[in-house]
Write a protein that binds this ligand. Structure first.
Ligand SMILES: [Zn+2]
Length: 152
């Protein structure tokens, strides 16, 4: 796991990249002030040791009064948020990465989705604009109620 620090003033201000496992060191995450805004788009995998480390770290931050916000959580993390009740450890998921398939050019596309979009759009029915072929033919590759269960 790599930890990237974004330019000053940018939100999210930190980013996690790669696999989360026994070698991951969360203590390298820089906490400035009382908020942490974490981009999780590039988290490819997390194993059971990684899950334990993740929960311990964010739970400790929560107890210190640091507010944690997760952005663009990867599909691997969406699974964990859905299966493990306290995976967020008091942190809030701002947006999630969701898989779409284009019915026109057949490419797989990941889109960032926000909770409020689930109210205004019907992910199981609506089609979205494909960045590859520019046609409105992206279809969500899962079931919205299951995939975004963690937001309930
Ligand atoms: Zn397309």
């Amino acid at each position: 796991m790599k930890i990237l620090k974004h330019a000053a003033g940018q939100i999210p201000n930190m980013e996690l990249v790669g696999n989360i496992d026994e070698s991951s060191d969360f203590s390298l995450i820089d906490i400035e002030g009382k908020e942490l805004h974490l981009d999780c788009y590039e988290v490819s995998r997390i194993n059971s040791v990684g899950v334990r480390k993740w929960i311990l770290f964010f739970d400790a931050l929560h107890k210190q009064g640091v507010k944690v916000f997760f952005y663009r959580i990867s599909t691997a993390l969406v699974d964990q948020f859905n299966y493990i009740k306290n995976f967020g450890a008091g942190g809030q998921v701002i947006s999630a990465t969701a898989p779409f398939n284009c019915e026109s050019c057949r490419k797989m596309v990941l889109l960032e989705k926000f909770k409020k979009e689930l109210v205004t759009t019907d992910l199981d029915e609506d089609l979205f604009l494909c960045p590859h072929c520019n046609k409105k033919s992206l279809r969500f590759d899962d079931v919205a109620e299951d995939y975004f269960f963690f937001w309930k």
